[in-house]
Ligand binder design. Structure first.
Ligand SMILES: [Fe+2]
Length: 210
């Protein structure tokens, strides 16, 4: 046996931020009261999933309150992503109502940098959000998923968020593929948002967003 120490260096990890109990029970109840009943847009992939129209945080008091609570964490997560405390805004915000049996198909969020979800109900363990690595392109893919193979951060292809509860916030880079598997629990209500910084500056080559 070699006595030489080896080291595995986890290069380029993907950040996902969870803020537990960002909303207290009173705020959850207030926001839920204001937004339930308004989710009337059918989802293209599931009859048991509906949404509100995409809006800005100025659309109603509930969204405004959420925007205020979420923003410091968006800024902190943005600093993880881009190394600087940038000026962020929530570009879109909407409600998702996932009835029993409903699911959300795998997707990403275009034209955005940080996406987040605030939970107004506990998520049943069957319907925790799942993040995926890239699904592959047009070429062959080799894998070694079998009962003898131990999944780790390097060979795993997807990761399920541990239990999320009412009031929790989860944020992730908008490019990251995610889905919600079929909900075997009660009605699951969440509010999703997309956030953008005012500008990104790469060695003087800057772009502005609005
Ligand atoms: Fe999403």
């Amino acid at each position: 046996m070699s006595q030489v120490a080896s080291q595995v260096i986890p290069l380029f990890p993907t950040p996902v931020m969870r803020v537990e109990k960002l909303l207290d029970a009173e705020t959850v109840a207030m926001v839920t009261d204001e937004v339930t009943g308004s989710a009337n847009l059918a989802n293209a992939f599931s009859d048991h999933l509906s949404h509100t129209p995409v809006a800005g945080v100025g659309a109603n008091d509930a969204f405004a309150r959420l925007g205020t609570l979420v923003m410091p964490h968006v800024t902190a997560f943005g600093e993880v992503l881009f190394g600087e405390a940038l000026a962020w805004q929530i570009k879109e915000i909407w409600v998702n109502v996932l009835e029993p049996g409903g699911r959300q198909a795998i997707h990403t969020h275009a034209n955005s940098f940080i996406s987040g979800v605030v939970y107004l109900t506990d998520a049943h363990p069957s319907a925790n959000i799942i993040f995926h690595k890239a699904l592959g392109g047009a070429g062959f893919i080799f894998g070694n998923s079998n009962p003898n193979a131990r999944v780790n951060a390097f060979n795993g292809g997807k990761w399920m968020m541990p239990q999320t509860s009412a009031g929790d916030l989860v944020m992730f880079p908008s490019y990251l593929l995610h889905e919600v598997p079929p909900n075997h629990g009660e009605r699951r209500i969440s509010i999703a948002f997309n956030a953008i910084p005012d500008r990104l500056d790469n060695h003087g080559y800057a772009v502005r967003f609005s």
